[in-house]
Ligand binder design. Structure first.
Ligand SMILES: *Cc1c(COP(=O)(O)O)cnc(C)c1O
Length: 346
């Protein structure tokens, strides 16, 4: 990164805090392939308990947690349904198809939300000898590429009811599920309750350098543990990293509220200077999407020169993400920088 720049490209860019580094160096370790790393085991148990699931599996990335989670439920040639901009189908290099033979169909929602009517229309749990059978549905909460949107609870309950008795499984990509908890006040275990498996990231807003956890039923997680090794994801002294994760879930959840406040602040400053680029009322968590038709790359470059790093999602959309290493003063400065650029472009 450009030194001294305010880095809003992603909430993955955080550095471990001194407290986190101390927890990492104090963590007990052992060989986790032998099941002997006490910190990895503690992290898996802690996150499973937080999410109200039986067991947990520490993975190197959220992608690996999703690949293993979906792979538990969908056999080769069966299908996964998900929203059109879901991370599982857009940002995991086709892993579900390439590694597990998963086929996918998508529904579209402008805010990335679950649409039970659309899902019911598509879902074919036992499609017979001619069509592809639906084995699982993936939901993303919060939805990254739709702008950090939170899935409405009643729609999740309706989805749960819609699959009851069909054998169709539900996987939750909860990379930013803690953001959803903090934004809504709904406990994370309630947000995770309807799902057969859930992945959560420690490396996003929680500020750990690495890691995700997949939770689900004990027998399924035991199977995922074998498959993690097959993918080359077996850990040795994982406790150094699990220590960061344990520290993150203890100390960095409540402060996500600051990221949400900072994201809203950025959106408000920009909306004042350049109406129509962003609606602050739609900024629910730590992600701000700017609608800049045809000039996303240009804006990203101009902002970079002015000391603010951002990301072009497509030719029309710039994403700004707040996190642990962005202060309120940084957010204000970044908002003002972008407001100046957008105001002069108008
Ligand atoms: C970041 C992210 C993941 C996991 O990404 P990794 O880089 O593989 O850790 C999964 N889903 C969503 C929605 C994400 O934003």
């Amino acid at each position: 990164m450009t030194s001294g720049a305010i880095d809003l490209r992603s909430d993955t860019v955080t550095r471990p805090t001194p407290g986190m580094l101390a927890a990492m160096s104090a963590a007990e370790t052992g060989d986790d392939v032998y099941g002997e790393d006490p910190s990895a085991i503690a992290l898996e148990e802690r996150v499973a308990a937080m999410l109200g699931h039986e067991a947990g599996l520490f993975t190197v990335t959220g992608s690996m947690a999703n690949i293993l989670g979906v792979g538990l439920w969908v056999s080769p040639g069966q299908e996964l349904l998900c929203e059109a901009r879901a991370h599982v189908v857009r940002a995991e290099q086709g892993a579900h198809a390439a590694l597990h033979g998963v086929t996918t169909r998508t529904w579209w929602h402008p805010r990335g939300l679950v649409d039970v009517a659309a899902i019911q229309h598509m879902m074919a749990p036992d499609a017979g000898p001619y069509l592809v059978s639906t084995a699982a549905i993936a939901v993303e909460n919060t939805h990254n590429f739709a702008g950090g949107t939170v899935q409405p609870r009643d729609e999740l309950a309706a989805l749960h009811a819609a699959v009851a008795g069909t054998g169709v499984r539900l996987h939750l990509d909860g990379a930013r599920l803690w953001n959803a908890q903090v934004a809504t006040g709904v406990p994370i275990r309630d947000l995770a309750a309807a799902f057969d498996s859930v992945s959560v990231c420690l490396s996003k807003g929680l500020g750990a350098p690495v890691g995700s956890v997949l939770v689900g039923p004990a027998d399924a997680i035991a199977e995922a543990r074998l498959r993690r090794k097959r993918l080359g994801g077996g850990w040795r002294q994982a406790g150094v990293l699990a220590g960061a994760g344990l520290y993150a879930v203890e100390h960095h959840v409540d402060r996500l509220a600051d990221d949400h406040t900072n994201a809203r602040l950025i959106a408000e400053i920009i909306a004042d200077a350049a109406p129509g680029v962003v609606d602050p009322a739609q900024v629910e968590t730590n992600i701000v999407m700017l609608a800049v038709p045809g000039r996303a790359a240009q804006l990203v470059e101009q902002a970079r020169t002015a000391g603010v790093l951002s990301g072009a999602m497509d030719p029309n959309t710039v994403r700004l993400t707040t996190h642990l290493d962005v202060s309120a003063a940084d957010a204000r400065k970044a908002g003002e920088t972008l407001a100046d650029l957008l105001g002069s472009l108008h």
